[in-house]
Unconditional design. Sequence first.
Length: 137
Amino acid sequence: MTRNASTPQVKKPLSRRAAMLRLGGVAVAAYVVPSMTVLSAAHASSASPASKATRPSPTSKPSPTSKPSPTSSPSPTSKPSPASTPSTPSGPTTPTGPSPVSGPSRPDYSKIVDRDSCEAAGGRFDAGANTCTVRTR
C-alpha cells in the first residue's frame, strides 16, 4: 500500500494505558541494560588467565610502645544559675455565654480503651472481640 505525500498523517493521542506501558518499558530497560553490561564485563574478565600466587612479604618489626598520656585535672565548678522570676497569676475568667450545643453531656467514646472504661461509660464489654457496646438514647 502506498501513501500519498499530500495527505497529512493524524497522530492519535496516547491513552493513559499506552503511556503507562511505554513508561514501564523505559523503566525496565533503564534497570536491565546496566546490569547486563556489568554481567558481560564480569564474564569477559573471567576469561583472562588466572594469576599466580607470590611469596608472602616478610613480617615487619613491632612498633615501639607509646608513653601514657598525662592525667587530666578536674574542671572548675560552675556557679549556680540565678533563680527564675515567678509567673504572674492569671486574672478571673470572663464568661462567654452558653455553649452552642446544649443538652446533657455524652461520654468521650475515644477514651474507652479497656473493660473498666467501657463499664464506666455504661457499656457492655465483649472480651472475645475486644469491643465495647454503649447504647445511646
